[in-house]
Design a protein around this ligand. Structure first.
Ligand code: ADP
Ligand code: MG
Length: 629
């Protein structure tokens, strides 16, 4: 038997790193700026605990393009490295100086904001560079060092005459990556990944006009000066405490993140946890718009102020992906992958935390300013209704802030509504009957009839409302929802109105038979009801059950659930036997005239329900003109 070690040669690994470490070549810049930031934050920390004699000052990071020399420079004023440190940290692939630092200064450095993790970031430079130089001067007395490597495992390390503290990385951009010498390309990357990093980043200069001195001539030109062009905001709102921020601060941060959004956000939620995971952030409820361009602005994920991704699937519960804003967590690594997220227990906890936090915020909003919350309701309801259906934890808390508006814009919580209708809207089994309309225009006549009776009619018009109603009913045994044009409203009316029928039982039967002879019976079930004589003579209602099955089968997508794509149309035709029309129909002897009267009345009932269309509508209009000739 032979045992031994498989020989892993660096020659083989180096090209692999180059090729597969990161799928996106552009992240090399994020990695190098993260290292420069780490170097600066480490120095800051050492200075604060008295372990560095160097004057910290106001360090910045500079990114410089040398187009002719085909070079990109990243220069920091951080803690730098001695030659020994370069050997240790740079020459050892997969040895993270960042982790070592955090380990060494454990408790005190916990909040220093150091980004690095895996000790691989530096080598991402070789994805775009054919040669990398590193010139560095430590904050200690150690002399400066100059390291060079052309992408093969050989490197050179010599001394350098650099006197200023910090590190300069020079990338000799490879022929296939020349785009990274374009100002617009680098500018775009900086604003994507580094917009909120904690150390100021300089990219070029800009001219600024000095204010005119007092008493200057009217047409005097203001003096112009060259200043550093700092591309980032090192102190974004989410890193501050909610108590340090005003409403205006939150709004201006929203504009900073989304300069193309003209609508103000409806409200914000400031996230701040440090146990059992670290997370800060600000989420905004936007005014939903149909503009596709705006839907592109998504929640952004950061790690210690470094942009990671705007794919927050799994981290933010699905119903909140319409929100905007930022989430920052040091517990999320820079190179998040799908499989990592699914495997990570923290991620599910983060999602639950966000759900809870959003529910709490909604509750406090409605408690603090009910009127304002009511005004915003229509803009947020779709998101919330979707949340109630998809997140049980959110649903549990939702009763506190879910509103049910009436057709006249009065807003009830479910509890308030139950209290309001408990004496007036019960069916014969004692169940509370909640009446609702889904379309104020189309159901106008039914709404008017119900309001006449003193009923409350809700306006529930969002696309998923039938699913929500189903859920509310299954959770509230004593509650049943009925659309105003549904059949149960007849029962409600029937129970309440003890109208005496003007017709005898025999006459009622005769009338019913006469009507059934004319209307297609596979489509209408004719029911005679003794109602107020002023109520409409013919009314069409749709059995609540039928309509819901139909709606569900439509919103279920594809061919509809249970293959109910072609669900039959079934309606009730309610005939008011106390109406004058019923009496005159009964007294009409001529069968043709009688049939025409029934047809006309049926068409009128259909018309008021929006059911009269196409050929039928044309025939109806023609027939109606005939009668008024
Ligand atoms: P990580 O950042 O995960 O530690 P990197 O490969 O990005 O791994 O960097 C390796 C190490 O090299 C860092 O931890 C740090 O010690 C050192 N380093 C890299 N860039 C700099 C820099 N600009 N200044 C000082 N040290 C640096
Ligand atoms: Mg790094």
């Amino acid at each position: 038997m032979t045992t031994g070690k498989i020989n892993v040669s660096v020659e083989n690994i180096f090209p692999l790193i180059k090729k597969f470490l990161y799928s996106d070549h552009e992240i090399f810049l994020r990695e190098l700026i993260s290292n420069a930031t780490d170097a600066t934050l480490k120095l800051k920390h050492l200075a604060s605990i008295g372990e560095s004699k160097s004057e910290y000052g106001n360090p910045i990071i500079e990114v410089k393009i040398d187009k002719e020399g085909k070079k990109l420079h990243i220069i920091d004023q951080g803690l730098g490295m001695s030659a020994e440190e370069v050997e240790k940290y740079i020459n050892q692939i997969a040895f993270s100086g960042a982790e070592e630092f955090l380990e060494k200064y454990k408790d005190s450095a916990k909040d220093s904001g150091v980004i690095g993790h895996f000790g691989l970031g530096f080598y991402s430079a070789f994805m775009v560079a054919s040669k990398v130089e590193l010139i560095t001067k430590s904050h200690t007395d150690a002399p400066a060092a100059h390291w060079t490597c052309d992408g093969s495992p050989e490197f050179t390390l010599v001394s350098s005459d650099k006197t200023t503290r910090g590190t300069e990385i020079i990338l000799h951009i490879a022929e296939d990556s020349l785009e990274f010498l374009e100002e617009s390309k680098i500018g775009g990357l900086l604003s994507k990944y580094n917009k909120f990093m904690p150390i100021p980043i300089k990219f070029g200069t800009k001219t600024e006009q000095l204010p005119l001195p007092e008493g200057a001539e009217k047409d005097a030109k203001p003096e112009e000066i060259e200043v550093d062009n700092i591309i980032n905001n090192p102190n974004p709102a989410w890193t501050k405490l909610p108590t340090e921020l005003t409403d205006a601060d939150y709004k201006s941060f929203y504009r900073e993140m989304y300069p193309m959004q003209f609508e103000e956000p409806l409200f914000h939620i400031h996230l701040n946890v440090d146990y059992p995971f670290n997370l800060t952030g600000i989420l905004y409820f936007p005014k939903l718009s149909s503009d596709m361009q705006m839907q592109k602005d998504k929640i952004q994920l950061y790690q210690n102020q470094v942009y990671v991704t705007d794919n927050v699937e799994g981290i933010v519960p699905e119903f909140l992906t319409m929100l905007k804003g930022v989430i920052d967590s040091p517990d999320i690594p820079l190179n998040v992958s799908r499989s990592y997220l699914q495997a990570d227990g923290n991620v599910k906890k983060i999602s639950n935390y966000i759900t809870k936090k959003v529910a709490d915020k909604l509750k406090s909003l409605i408690t603090e300013n009910r009127e304002d919350f009511e005004k915003k309701w229509n803009d947020i309801k779709i998101v919330l209704e979707y949340g109630m259906l998809s997140e049980p934890k959110f649903y549990e808390k939702s009763a506190a802030f879910t509103l049910y508006p009436t057709v006249d814009d009065t807003y009830f919580t479910l509890e308030e509504l139950k209290e309001k209708v408990k004496d007036t809207q019960t069916d014969k089994n004692g169940k509370l009957v909640v009446l609702y309309a889904s379309n104020k225009e189309a159901q106008h006549s039914y709404i008017a009839a119900a309001k006449d009776k003193g009923y409350q009619v809700l306006l529930l018009d969002s696309p998923i409302v039938s699913h929500l109603i189903q859920k509310l009913e299954s959770d509230n045994e004593n509650l049943t929802f009925v659309r105003v044009d549904g059949d149960a409203i007849d029962k409600l009316i029937e129970k309440e109105e003890t109208q005496i029928s003007k017709l005898s039982d025999e006459e009622t039967e005769t009338l019913k038979t006469a009507i059934e002879a004319v209307v297609p019976k596979e489509k209408y079930s004719v029911q005679l009801e003794a109602m107020d004589s002023n109520a409409a003579p013919f009314m069409i209602t749709q059995p609540e059950f039928m309509r819901r099955m139909k709606e569900m089968s439509q919103s279920g997508g594809g061919g509809g659930m249970f293959g109910m794509g072609n669900f039959p149309e079934m309606y009730n035709l309610i005939v008011n036997s106390n109406s004058e029309f019923a009496t005159s129909l009964l007294n009409t002897k001529d069968e043709t005239v009688k049939a025409n009267l029934v047809k006309q009345a049926l068409d009128l009932a259909k018309l008021s329900q929006g059911l009269l269309k196409g050929e039928e509508l044309t025939a109806f209009v023609k027939r109606s003109f005939e009668t008024i000739k």
